[in-house]
Design a protein around this ligand. Structure first.
Ligand SMILES: O=P(O)(O)OC[C@H]1O[C@H](O[C@H]2O[C@H](CO)[C@@H](O)[C@H](O)[C@H]2O)[C@H](O)[C@@H](O)[C@@H]1O
Ligand SMILES: O=c1ccn([C@@H]2O[C@H](COP(=O)(O)OP(=O)(O)O)[C@@H](O)[C@H]2O)c(=O)[nH]1
Length: 482
């Protein structure tokens, strides 16, 4: 079996069970794939060094080999805080108003991608499959091709692909997409993002794209397809049975008081998650339903994210103000409507919190997938399940049509959905939950990974005419990687 080389901005190997921290299902799934394929996970250590050395730190943890590099402050500023999170992230989440175009960011992005390419190159053996993740590393594949890498290479984009009319506002948009076409396989989360991507290829680049996603470009064939990511269902259910999860459930239930219902939101503190609009909707619900108001509480867990970027500082400030204002307007001595918590929790604890909540309130304005929606469903008691209220603009929505789907921009819509969910009869809750659970369980992260790697291997028609590629000398495997 060919080895797998996974490349992503961050590298995260799950700790031993029990010490389960705040890593997502992605880390669990990729680690499992790497174990199976005897592969290597390469990326940024998350650490800063005074000046870039290219030193590769190789480690073996839980049977997974990782290789990381440190970046220098200018790299982090221009590549991660800059082009990745001040240019691509807002633009790809349809926030052209927050998108910053700065040549220094673009140069930093190219420089760090080139550093990734130089550093990972010696680790790649001739039969390896190379799987690159996300918007931080779109041109990496083309840089590796320039260095003679002929291996099969795939890219998976975890975030949306924007409509062409927005995307063309990016300087050098065509160059960026042309560089992506050096991969053999391009995976997006949903058919909608896939349509936007192929629309761009056809309209702006005049390329032919077949109905099954085969793109013809410079005599090569590249496949673009939707691969919706899921959670690691088995692992999540196991973590929900731990003492940590059960303790969290009980603590929260006890704190609510008799008969009070709870809504839960769990999101990185990011403007794409629609937290301000969510608070406004809850405010509206309290105002429009005074007879129910004191019987509900919204628990919003929002760990800070990308705190060096101004738009993230601003949203944090706005939310603090808004939560304070709503609580000030509605609270009484024995009840506060919003519990707003700016810290992260291990997922086992989250599982307990989700189970204690009558409503999962997941209302991003735009989201690549949203794994929290899937975790909420997986954590419910099937006999007496809670109701998922889900934004129709989350990548998860097409797979989760039995949720109460809402327009997160409309406070009326979300307020009505809260009311509907609180009154939903048990048989309807069970019916909806049963169907949601089936899709969360069956379309899990293992299936996602197997589908992607299978397609990259060419098992599902992703074959690429390798003879169209230049030969290159075999890479030398560093001693540490063997
Ligand atoms: O690494 P950070 O800058 O701290 O950000 C965390 C991750 O955020 C994004 O997650 C996306 O991937 C999820 C899994 O596919 C998906 O469910 C979610 O909708 C996306 O927003 C980002 O794409 C990752 O690269 C970051 O590591
Ligand atoms: O305090 C927290 C908040 C979130 N998460 C996890 O972070 C992931 C968030 O993924 P999602 O796809 O919802 O959004 P993203 O943050 O990747 O945009 C989920 O697995 C959550 O369980 C966590 O472990 N602890």
């Amino acid at each position: 079996m060919s080895r797998l080389i996974v490349v992503s901005n961050r590298v995260s190997v799950p700790q031993a069970m029990g010490a389960a921290g705040a890593q997502g299902g992605l880390a669990v799934a990729l680690s499992a794939a790497l174990r199976e394929h005897r592969g290597i996970w390469f990326g940024w250590s998350g650490k800063e060094t005074e000046s870039f050395t290219g030193h590769l730190d190789m480690q073996r943890n839980q049977d997974v080999t990782t290789a990381t590099i440190d970046l220098e402050p200018q790299d982090i500023e221009e590549y991660y805080n800059g082009y990745a999170n001040r240019t691509l992230w807002p633009l790809f989440h349809y926030r052209i108003d927050l998108t910053e175009y700065d040549r220094n960011f673009g140069e930093g992005y190219e420089r760090v991608n080139a550093r990734f390419a130089d550093s990972v190159l010696p680790l790649i053996e001739p039969d390896d499959l190379v799987w690159v993740h996300d918007y931080h590393l779109l041109p990496l594949g083309s840089m590796l091709r320039e260095k003679g890498v002929t291996n099969r290479m795939g890219l998976f984009l975890h975030i949306p692909w924007p409509p062409t009319r927005l995307f063309v506002s990016l300087p050098n948009h065509e160059q960026l997409v042309a560089s992506m076409l050096q991969y053999d396989l391009i995976g997006l989360q949903t058919e909608e993002w896939l349509d936007s991507f192929t629309h761009y290829l056809k309209k702006e680049m005049g390329l032919k794209v077949s109905d099954d996603g085969v793109i013809e470009y410079e005599g090569r064939r590249i496949v673009a397809r939707a691969f919706p990511i899921g959670i690691d269902y088995e692992e999540f259910v196991a973590s929900a049975r731990t003492e940590l999860a059960q303790g969290a459930y009980q603590r929260l239930k006890d704190s609510l008081g008799h008969g009070r219902k709870m809504l839960i939101g769990v999101d990185r503190l990011d403007y794409s998650k629609g937290l301000g609009e969510r608070f406004d909707s809850f405010d509206r619900f309290l105002t429009d339903n005074p007879e129910m108001a004191k019987d509900v509480v919204l628990l919003q867990i929002a760990p800070p994210s990308r705190g060096e970027v101004a738009s993230y500082q601003l949203i944090r400030h706005d939310l603090e103000r808004k939560a304070g204002h709503i609580n000030g307007a509605h609270a009484d001595v024995a009840w506060v409507p919003i519990r707003y918590v700016n810290r992260g929790y291990p997922r086992a604890e989250l599982a307990g919190f989700y189970r204690a909540a009558d409503i999962g309130l997941v209302t991003p304005l735009r989201d690549g997938m949203n794994l929290v929606a899937k975790e909420y469903v997986a954590a419910q008691d099937s006999e007496d399940p809670g109701v998922l209220i889900l934004s129709r603009f989350a990548g998860a929505a097409p797979q989760m049509e039995d949720a109460v789907l809402v327009n997160p921009h409309s406070t009326e819509d979300v307020s009505d959905a809260i009311r509907q969910a609180l009154h939903m009869p048990l048989p309807e809750r069970r019916r909806r939950h049963e169907r949601l659970l089936a899709s969360v369980r069956d379309e899990d992260v293992v299936r996602w990974r197997e589908n992607f790697v299978g397609a990259l291997r060419g098992e599902h028609g992703a074959e690429v005419p390798l003879d169209a590629r230049p030969e290159r000398p075999g890479p030398e495997l560093s001693a540490a990687a063997s």
